[in-house]
Design a protein around this ligand. Structure first.
Ligand SMILES: C[S@@+](CC[C@H](N)C(=O)[O-])C[C@H]1O[C@@H](n2cnc3c(N)ncnc32)[C@H](O)[C@@H]1O
Length: 187
């Protein structure tokens, strides 16, 4: 299976960007953990897996029924697929990490439900991202007009940035995807 052509609607430039980010994660020291919110057919998971073959990869989706068995097989044993609403998963992760050892995520790809409240919620997983780690948000721009901001996704990303001033540096966008690297905080 090739991440460039795995079933899904991601643009080639977005697939290359996810693969490249995962490769950067592969070069980081310590355990590597990647979370993908919104799995569907699994194209983004395949990009992340092939970019960083030894990462623990968490794929969260409210309904995993569309994920083909051949993609599950490709993702391998260090992939943890969790069928859950991100509105429950993200607060539960944050709560669990406050109570015990915090998770240390290297990369979060946000591609779940593209409504403001959901993007606001999903962005909070950034609190678990290590210094030097990444947040990437799909569909921040309109698919057919990548120069136009998507009205349900772009504004909550701006709110999230304002909430953590100085902590995130924006990298060049890829297609509709906005990408940020943690440059302060996060330990
Ligand atoms: C655009 S698709 C993801 C595409 C995928 N990243 C890819 O590369 O093919 C959005 C996914 O978000 C899931 N989703 C919708 N609402 C959700 C929620 N509240 N929590 C988690 N996943 C959700 C949908 O089931 C759908 O599979």
């Amino acid at each position: 299976m090739d991440y460039r052509t795995a079933q899904g609607t991601l643009m080639l430039v977005e697939r290359e960007a996810l693969f490249d980010l995962a490769q950067q994660v592969a070069a980081q020291s310590g355990p590597r953990v990647i979370t993908n919110l919104g799995v569907q057919f699994g194209a983004s998971c395949v990009c992340l897996r092939q970019g960083c073959p030894d990462a623990d990869l968490y794929g969260i989706d409210i309904d995993l029924a569309q994920l083909p068995q051949k993609v599950r097989d490709e993702l391998g044993p260090h992939t943890f697929l969790i069928e859950r609403d991100s509105m429950q998963y993200v607060p539960a992760m944050l709560d669990a990490c406050e109570r015990s050892t915090p998770a240390r995520l290297n990369l979060v790809f946000v591609d779940g439900l593209h409504y403001k409240d959901f993007v606001r919620n999903d962005a909070q997983l950034s609190r678990l991202v290590i210094l030097g780690g990444f947040m990437a948000f799909h569909d921040a721009y309109e698919w057919d007009h990548p120069e136009r901001e998507q009205s349900e996704v772009y504004p909550p990303i701006q709110e999230w940035l304002a909430q953590y001033p100085g902590e995130w540096q924006e990298l060049p966008k890829a297609g509709t995807t906005r990408i940020f690297q943690r440059v302060a905080g996060g330990g």
